[in-house]
Design a protein around this ligand. Structure first.
Ligand code: UD2
Length: 308
């Protein structure tokens, strides 16, 4: 591939992407991460990786870096990754999740940088709780939080800006991603990590609601696979793609999977539904599949790999 920038490359998804990209001996990777969510230990050791502990909001640094390195590929993952955090800090979130993206685009445009592809990572949060299911890329957009608003606006900036100024761009909307390297200490951990953590530490697991709510849980390897595919495919330009499995899995059924795989009992407490939660969500992934990427992991095989 060549010279690659991964912002947020010390985080859960970013570092998993780096693990994959580094396998290709032709790749040299630059990571920019301020370690606000990420963890240095997530970054693999390699002389083909350069790590800068910097914020993507350091515009002077980012501009100099982009001009100096002349990247072929840019994966922009650095973000305030927590919806709850975005509600606490909307203006800060806007800086990190939106303005930093525009700054990268502006630097590319003004300096006529010749990138092969820039990929932006958005979220299923943009659909909000509109009841239309499964979510298609053309389904109604109803962002409910600063996080979702900024993800949607940045995604649109990246795509339409790309069209206007002839920059090759693509965007993805992640559904519920799980896998190793997710930070169990984070108060905003995904439900599968919390479940795993409860089992590991012999704690009760609290189900918010009746457990019949469903999600599209997608294993990290498929998320990485889809990103690399879309970044390198010359047909996927100025488009946004859902990244999920296309299958719905209820919380109760995922708990059953955990019990079977680990052959252990889990003590469940049922509690009131969590305020602000959406009831159900899952992706229509036909667009992704038509582009040439089909997920390899089902919830069963993904969980087996994850819990191994
Ligand atoms: C996901 C994203 C969020 C945002 C949102 C958009 C994660 C961690 N969160 O939220 O950032 O993009 O999608 O819609 O990926 N639950 C329990 N017990 C727990 C924790 C959760 O029952 O201890 C339930 C929760 O009430 C919900 C389901 O599990 O019904 C999934 O919760 P989640 O926080 O993993 O993910 P989600 O889809 O609400």
């Amino acid at each position: 591939m060549g010279k690659i920038l991964v912002t947020g490359g010390a985080g859960f998804i970013g570092s998993s992407l780096v693990d994959e990209l580094i396998k290709d001996k032709n790749n040299a990777i630059v990571i920019v991460d301020d370690l606000s969510m990420g963890n240095r230990g997530n970054i693999p050791n390699s002389e083909r990786i350069t790590f800068y502990e910097k914020s993507v909001c350091d515009y002077k640094f980012m501009e100099e870096l982009l001009i100096l390195e002349n990247f072929q590929f840019i994966y922009h993952l650095a973000a305030v990754a927590s919806v709850a955090d975005s509600i606490e800090r909307p203006a800060y979130t806007h800086k990190v999740n939106s303005e930093s993206t525009l700054n990268i685009l502006e630097t590319i445009r003004k300096n006529k940088l010749n990138i092969t592809k820039m990929l932006f990572t958005s979220s299923a949060a943009v659909y909000g709780d509109d009841p239309t299911l499964p979510k298609k890329e053309v389904s109604p957009i109803k962002p409910k939080t600063p996080y979702a608003i900024d993800k949607f606006s940045s995604e649109q900036f990246v795509l339409r800006y790309g069209e206007l100024y002839n920059i090759q761009t693509v965007a993805v909307r992640f559904f519920n991603v799980y896998g190793p390297k997710q930070n169990p200490k984070s108060p905003y951990s995904g439900v599968l990590l919390i479940l795993k953590d409860s089992i590991d530490n012999n704690k009760n697991f609290k189900v918010f609601g009746d457990g019949e709510q469903y999600r599209d849980f997608v294993y990290i390897n498929d998320v990485v696979g889809a990103m690399v595919h879309l970044a390198t495919s010359s047909n996927s330009v100025h488009e946004v793609y859902n990244v999920g499995t296309g299958k719905k899995t209820s919380l109760n059924s995922v708990i059953k999977n955990f019990k079977e795989i680990l052959n252990s009992n889990i003590t469940i407490e049922y509690a009131e539904p969590r305020a602000g939660d959406i009831k159900n969500s899952y992706a229509d992934i036909n667009k992704l599949v038509d582009s040439g990427y089909s997920p390899l992991f089902s919830i069963e095989s993904g969980l087996r790999r994850y819990l191994k």
